[in-house]
Ligand binder design. Structure first.
Ligand SMILES: N[C@@H](CCC(=O)N[C@@H](CS)C(=O)NCC(=O)O)C(=O)O
Ligand SMILES: [Fe+2]
Length: 431
């Protein structure tokens, strides 16, 4: 194993053997960070085997599978979090150590501790060709809009701030209002993280966008509107979702005209985030009202397709339809191959660190629900999988908030707010 210490916390390394792993603890290491996707080359231990070997040696294991061609900011941040969280030295390895070096330097440049122009020289000193990392940083600097994702581990949701560097204007997409169903407590931690980012970057919020009425978390759209004054928006077919849930909740007073939002977007509507043009694609299937926001070269597809290793969203909620979801995804995949795809959730298959950015080309090539699959096959596989999935734990809590644009129920005369849960209204009980 080739080991290149960067400092007294981080060491970049090539693939360690079992005997190397056994010796790490005594050398002051606490964590092994594996950057290799499974099946990269014959004979390579898969992540499950690697985790067992590392844990048997008394070390912590972190899995961030990346290829040099598809490094994302989320990988860089996961790498930084793992290094910061470790109790001792971290051995970050890929096949040769080059990807580990790339993730390290990209993080250093993004955080302003290294200049982009110093990356090749750093690579030469450490024995790694970092021209691909330098190119990544060049592309990233030129990208419009800039997209910052915030992963919520409670609901596996990603909230986004999408900004135009030329004007400092931004849109917030799918913000989360935290809710603990055990205590009934709400909190604004996730939304406040967005506000802190907006303040730190000196951004002006122009839009608060939801892709659909979420079934697994509360929307923070209303809270953020109160804080920023920016208008809220959602797809115009939200009125159908309101009608559907008005029936399920037996809620005659619910207004079902979408008036809880400032703007209802129809298919093909356009708007701007600063100087960046944005377009709305109607993307039903997961819900009756889902939309995709295409902002510059970035498509916020939420619950249509997920990361290529994670398949697609379910289509069995009230109003869901797998064939419609297929056609919505086909419209997204008709965008140029290099279009960046930002997903609404990441369920971390194989225990890997969260990721939320891919491209149209990658989804077409390697998402097993899409690549080489026909509409009929997709509908069969989606319906079969959906029959095995329990309902999201917050569906009945969340919809009554989200069909009112993230407004909590009005307080009763004692000043307290109450949720209302219909019994035996949905199928999909998991006993
Ligand atoms: N276990 C999660 C499941 C949430 C869920 O069903 N998520 C939807 C998107 S809102 C989905 O498409 N899930 C796909 C899957 O679980 O395979 C929860 O209880 O919240
Ligand atoms: Fe959803």
């Amino acid at each position: 194993m080739n080991m290149v210490p960067v400092d007294d916390r981080l060491t970049l390394a090539s693939q360690p053997g079992l005997e190397d792993i056994a010796a790490l603890k005594a050398a002051g290491y606490s964590t092994v960070l594996n950057l290799r996707p499974d099946n990269e080359e014959p004979g390579q231990p898969d992540s499950g085997a690697a985790r067992r070997a590392v844990e048997d040696a008394g070390l912590g294991y972190v899995f961030i599978p990346v290829t040099e061609e598809a490094i994302r900011e989320s990988d860089v941040r996961a790498f930084q979090r793992a290094v910061a969280a470790a109790q001792g030295r971290v051995l970050a390895h890929c096949r040769s150590g080059k990807r580990a070096a790339a993730l390290h330097v990209i993080g250093e440049v993004l955080d302003g501790r290294m200049r982009r122009t110093d990356v090749p020289a750093f690579g030469e000193r450490q024995g790694f060709d970092l021209s691909a990392a330098a190119a990544w940083l060049g592309r990233e600097a030129a990208r419009v809009p800039q997209v910052k994702g915030f992963f919520d581990p409670r609901t596996w949701s990603i909230q986004y701030v999408v900004s135009d560097p030329a004007t400092g204007r931004c849109a917030i997409v799918d913000p989360v209002l935290d809710y603990d169903e055990k205590s009934g407590a709400t909190s604004t931690q996730s939304a406040d993280a967005i506000l802190a980012h907006v303040a730190q970057e000196g951004l002006e919020v122009e839009w608060i966008l939801d892709t659909h009425p979420h079934a697994d978390h509360f929307s923070a759209a209303q809270y953020l509107k109160e804080k920023t004054g920016a208008p809220t928006a959602i797809g115009a077919r939200v009125v159908d979702v309101q009608r559907l849930w008005k029936g399920i909740y037996n809620w005659p007073a619910l207004k079902d005209d979408g008036s809880q939002w400032d703007r209802l977007f129809a298919d093909g509507d356009t708007f701007f985030v600063g100087s960046v043009p944005a377009r709305v694609l109607f993307s039903p299937g997961h819900t009756l009202a889902s939309v995709t926001y295409v902002i510059g070269d970035a498509a916020f597809v939420h619950d249509t397709m997920f990361m290529p290793d994670s398949g697609t969203a379910r289509a069995d909620f009230p109003g869901g339809d797998a064939a419609r979801l297929w056609r919505s995804m086909a419209a997204i995949l008709a965008l140029p191959d290099e279009t960046r795809i930002f997903t609404g959730h990441d369920y971390q298959p194989g225990g890997r660190e969260p990721r939320w950015e891919s491209t149209v080309g990658e989804e077409k090539r390697s998402n097993p629900h899409l690549a080489g699959v026909t509409e009929a096959e997709f509908v069969r596989l989606r319906d079969a999988r959906d029959r095995t999935l329990p309902m999201p734990k917050l569906i009945l809590h969340a919809l009554q908030v989200n069909v009112r644009a993230g407004r909590l129920p009005e307080p009763e005369e004692n000043g307290r707010r109450y949720l209302r849960i219909p019994l035996n209204a949905l199928e999909g009980a998991a006993w």
